[in-house]
Design a protein around this ligand. Structure first.
Ligand code: PA5
Length: 434
């Protein structure tokens, strides 16, 4: 039995061809993924990570997380894209709303807002803090600037020597400016394997160090990912839900549904959406192909985007994430006068009401011409987070290969950078403005 279930019944009627008819093609792509013969095959290290991660480094990471918690009130995690979103998604997924954690995790270097960084400096000025700077290339502008500024503050506060022991660099094993700085200064380093790209790096120290420092049992995350690894190692669409998801979305795309919305009914899923958008958007959007990925948080967005989804242009489909069991709940009370006319719900839990909203919305959207896929997860716990990460990663590789693009590069990201560097006067980019 799979830990998560995928129901595609509400999408089938929209398809001219059913997913099962693509079994042969799926088998061929599966072989290509596992034999590492497809486009971008240098970046398939994530495939075996759940069982082949570096155990010694992981033991060191657990110790580093302990030290961070002992040294600090705040951990500043610096990174962008794949060096940011996995940890953020995990933290939000597992967050207990309104509960103050012993170690606060804040992010920096994930944008270039001066006021954000300035306010962060003010906030940290009277706090004990550590830094985890994450960049695979080691040259990305946003985290590099944030690191320079925050490192200065830490050195001013505790001195250069003490600061060294509170800075952790997660980067390439031998290359890049961050590697050079870390080596030079003697920071503790964690490695992003050569064959794991940024957006596939949640299960490396990129995601695991901040999550472990936050007090999350990353062993459980890895266990979930390993079970997903075992579950999805065959090509059979009847058993491999991650491939079934990939094929269904591909067939919907071919039938004109060019936009996929990942929809959750729990606010904890907001950053899972963001991580998922990066994974699929950066992996598939190339060669003028690919599903445009969007997201929504229901029922909140039913009061805004809901109108468009129900009656706007019919180029959408939805993948709905349903959480079967929430960690806690509220029972709706009875009131004798029933002036607010809610007594028909008294004695019911809010989760029950939420689940009926989900059901009703799926029915309405399907009737309105929006196919729905339903992904049910049992709970928002560390194990399920790991399982889900692997589910989406494996599906993403299959999906990108179905549309015949390289799932692991992102050549389009360079275009804005070149112009920005030229405008900023960086050496070597002068010709661009001529
Ligand atoms: O998925 C990717 O490769 C990108 O989104 C990168 O993670 C992002 O650009 C950050 O790169 P780096 O870790 O090299 O700073």
């Amino acid at each position: 039995m799979s830990h998560i279930t995928l129901t595609i019944d509400d999408a089938r009627t929209f398809l001219q061809e059913q997913p099962e008819s693509l079994q042969k093609q799926v088998k061929a792509i599966h072989k290509m993924i596992h034999e590492r013969t497809g486009k971008g095959n240098d970046y398939l290290g994530w495939l075996d990570l759940p069982k082949a991660y570096d155990k010694e480094e992981y033991a060191r990471l657990i110790q580093a997380a302990k030290k961070i918690r002992k040294d600090s009130q705040v951990l500043v995690v610096i990174g962008i894209g794949g060096s940011y979103l996995g940890a953020k998604a995990g933290l939000e997924f597992l967050n207990v709303p309104f509960k103050k954690n012993k170690l606060e995790i804040v992010f920096a270097g994930h944008q270039m807002s001066g006021s954000y960084l300035n306010e962060l400096l003010n906030y940290l000025s009277n706090k004990r803090f550590s830094i985890n700077v994450i960049s695979k290339s080691g040259t990305t502008t946003e985290p590099a600037i944030a690191f320079r500024v925050l490192k200065n503050l830490l050195e001013q506060k505790v001195g250069k020597e003490e600061a060294k022991g509170r800075i952790y660099a997660t980067t390439d094993k031998a290359r890049g400016a961050l590697y050079t700085v870390a080596k030079n200064e003697g920071y503790e380093m964690f490695i992003i394997p050569d064959d794991v790209g940024g957006r596939y790096s949640v299960l490396t120290p990129v995601g695991l160090l901040p999550l472990e420092a936050a007090g999350i049992k990353t062993k459980e995350i890895l266990k979930g990912a390993k079970d997903a690894y075992n579950r999805y190692k065959k090509a059979d669409l009847l058993e491999n839900e991650s491939y079934l998801y990939a094929v269904t979305r591909y067939l919907l795309y071919r039938s004109g549904k060019k936009i996929e919305m990942l929809v959750g009914y729990e606010p904890n899923l907001l950053f899972l959406n963001e991580w998922w958008k990066q994974l699929y958007g950066e992996s598939e959007g190339k060669d003028h192909k690919g599903i445009f990925v969007a997201s929504a948080n229901f029922s909140t967005d039913l009061h805004s985007l809901g109108q468009y989804i129900q009656e706007g242009e019919r180029h959408l489909f939805e993948t709905v994430v349903k959480v079967e069991n929430t960690a806690s709940d509220v029972i709706i009370p009875k009131e004798n006068n029933d002036l607010d006319e809610l007594n028909y719900l008294s004695g019911k839990t809010l989760s029950y009401v939420n689940s009926q909203a989900l059901k009703g919305t799926m029915m309405a959207h399907k009737d309105g011409g929006v196919p729905n896929l339903l992904l049910s997860i049992p709970a928002m716990d560390a194990y399920t987070f790991g399982y889900l990460v692997y589910f989406f990663e494996k599906a993403c590789a299959m999906s990108a290969y179905l549309i015949d693009v390289n799932p692991f590069n992102q050549p389009g990201v360079e275009a804005y950078k070149k112009n920005m560097f030229a405008l900023l006067g960086k050496k070597g980019y002068e010709h661009i403005l001529k």
